[in-house]
Design a protein around this ligand. Structure first.
Ligand SMILES: NC(=O)c1ccc[n+]([C@@H]2O[C@H](COP(=O)([O-])OP(=O)(O)OC[C@H]3O[C@@H](n4cnc5c(N)ncnc54)[C@H](OP(=O)(O)O)[C@@H]3O)[C@@H](O)[C@H]2O)c1
Length: 325
């Protein structure tokens, strides 16, 4: 499959660096509005075609799939353009600014018969797959409680994408999405009730958000997100018969299962920080099977995740201009 990159920022670097581990695919083109940055990016990653013209990029008939990695506020608009240009989309998280936008994008994907998936790479990591296997094989019994944090002391530039409300800044959409997605995935549903506390930054976005949720199956979740402080970024899953601890769970390469009779640690074979190729490979395999949505990061999962994030934002009073359209 021939790929194009829409934007060449920080995460596009990591995505392109991991791409050589994807089988039978190649990045053939990249679009970046800044010529110097775009050209250098293409040179670094041996990408043949650099475009500074968005229309020319979208009209390149050889590009079959596009990875969208602009700031959040542009995800929906760009995904729709790419889908209408007849290409499949892997869109960075969050999929859109709110559930309303997410529904519009998915409707276009269905209409255009193109595949689209939110880049929820964590769900495809071998360590996280192992965690799911431990739970499915009853190693810790029924899951009753989870704790998950993702917080870092971020860039202090008020114009930068972390703090700027016009670029969808704030902890929840940037990193809080990871604890929330793990809770929704493990409970196989959305919260029946959720409460949240917030500290706002001077720019008016959430600097830190702390959440408590209860799911229909009785699972309780204690979740937090911050762009102000370095939290201990672990996921701990407590079952009736044991627990699973996943350090740095959003990019996990190691997890330990403490069950009644034994302690087992899984270390991902590659034992590396990144692993963006797993989601890409999963998407390609799904397309090759003729699917338009992936069973793991499905349209429904993404929509429900976006709805959960909307509910949390409503609890803490965080409104973006896209909510008012
Ligand atoms: N999956 C993950 O692990 C992960 C990690 C980090 C980020 N992300 C997600 O990826 C997205 C980007 O994050 P990042 O850290 O890569 O941000 P970044 O380094 O600021 O890169 C953003 C890119 O978007 C481009 N861009 C901005 N506005 C544009 C516009 N109007 N038209 C065309 N291109 C535009 C920027 O171009 P210029 O250079 O010209 O400004 C830059 O290349 C975010 O939504 C974030 O949530 C995911």
């Amino acid at each position: 499959m021939k790929w194009g990159l829409y934007a060449t920022g920080g995460i596009a670097e990591a995505f392109a660096s991991d791409f050589n581990k994807v089988s039978g695919s190649k990045i053939i083109a990249a679009y970046a509005r800044n010529k110097d940055k775009g050209r250098l990016f293409c040179e670094r990653h041996h990408i043949e075609r650099y475009y500074d013209d968005e229309a020319a990029f979208l009209n390149d008939p050889d590009i079959e799939a596009v990875y969208v990695s602009t700031p959040h506020t542009l995800h929906a608009e760009i995904s729709i353009k790419v889908l209408k240009a007849g290409k499949h989309v892997l869109c960075e998280k969050p999929f859109a600014m709110n559930a309303k936008e997410a529904k519009q994008v998915i409707a276009v994907a269905i209409e255009e018969k193109r595949f689209i998936m939110e880049a929820l790479w964590t769900l495809f990591l071998p360590t996280i797959q192992k965690v799911f296997e431990w739970i499915e094989t009853d190693r810790i019994g029924e899951v009753k409680v989870i704790q998950a944090n993702f917080g870092f002391s971020g860039n202090r530039d008020p114009q930068g994408r972390h703090l700027n409300p016009d670029l969808g800044g704030g902890a929840l959409l940037d990193v809080g999405i990871y604890p929330v997605l793990m809770a929704n995935y493990l409970a196989k549903s959305t919260p029946e009730s959720i409460s949240a506390q917030v500290n706002f930054t001077q720019t008016g976005v959430d600097g830190t958000t702390v959440m408590n949720a209860r799911y229909p199956n009785g699972m309780l979740a204690m979740l937090s997100a911050s762009i102000e402080v370095n939290l201990v970024n672990d996921l701990i899953i407590y079952g009736e018969k044991g627990r699973i601890v996943v350090p740095l769970f959003w990019m996990a390469n190691e997890a330990t299962c403490y069950s009644e009779d034994k302690v087992e640690t899984f270390i991902s074979e590659e034992h590396q920080k990144r692993g963006y190729h797993y989601e890409t490979q999963a998407m390609i395999d799904a397309i090759n099977k003729g699917n338009l949505s992936h069973e793991v990061a499905s349209h429904q999962f993404t929509l429900e995740l976006m709805e959960t994030l909307d509910r949390i934002r409503s609890e803490i009073g965080l409104v973006y201009k896209q909510d008012l359209d």
